[in-house]
Design a protein around this ligand. Structure first.
Ligand SMILES: CC(C)(COP(=O)(O)OP(=O)(O)OC[C@H]1O[C@@H](n2cnc3c(N)ncnc32)[C@H](O)[C@@H]1OP(=O)(O)O)[C@@H](O)C(=O)NCCC(=O)NCCS
Length: 164
């Protein structure tokens, strides 16, 4: 467990955008991009964002609300935009927005989004506190409020199931 008060951090200090060219190795049997490939890239970028915020090792605790709005094609440029939406004590929700760009036309389509929760771990592998979030924009404040509702729903679902 980290001692002392951690300095709060801006969302922009850890937010990231990454680009990946969709290759034949990303394909499903229909020849489009496999959803599992996209999920791997999402977990990768969201995990980096969470560890940049926490400044420590993190693990994926849960992944929810994975929405696929439109197919992604081989040859598309996948654009993943990720930022911390919410922090609890040791956990963080990271939101990822996915776009696919046809590089021949420059046209981008929003193809997916997801919310992932990471827990920061200390050197002994135990959950450890993360910095609070400094919310600067109206959008960041809205995302924080939306994520707080998701967090409450997740907690309620888990405790209801554990009681059975
Ligand atoms: C995630 C993990 C560290 C939580 O451990 P734990 O003993 O349940 O920890 P706690 O009960 O003290 O909870 C710690 C935080 O995790 C959150 N949390 C625990 N399980 C969660 C879940 N399934 N979804 C979302 N948040 C979760 C808690 O709400 C708490 O958040 P807070 O500190 O912000 O209030 C533990 O379940 C774990 O190691 N899981 C495996 C992670 C992993 O290996 N991921 C890679 C996939 S192979």
């Amino acid at each position: 467990m980290r001692k002392g008060r951690l300095a709060a951090k801006r969302v922009s200090e850890s937010a990231m955008i990454t680009y990946r060219l969709m290759m034949p190795t990303d394909a499903n049997i229909a020849g489009n991009v496999f959803g599992g490939s996209i999920m791997k890239y999402m977990d990768e970028i969201a995990g980096i964002v969470a560890s940049r915020h926490a400044a420590t090792n993190v693990v994926t605790a849960s992944i929810d609300r994975m929405n696929f709005y439109a197919p992604v094609y081989i040859g598309d440029l996948l654009i993943l935009k990720a930022a911390v939406n919410f922090v609890g004590t040791t956990s963080m929700e990271v939101g990822v927005r996915i776009e696919a760009q046809d590089t021949r036309t420059g046209r981008s389509v929003r193809t997916g989004s997801c919310y992932l929760t990471y827990v920061a771990l200390d050197s002994k592998g135990r959950p450890t506190p993360v910095p609070k979030l400094l919310l600067e924009t109206a959008e960041e404040k809205l995302r924080f409020r939306q994520a707080s509702i998701r967090r409450k729903l997740r907690d309620e679902e888990r405790s209801a199931i554990e009681k059975l």
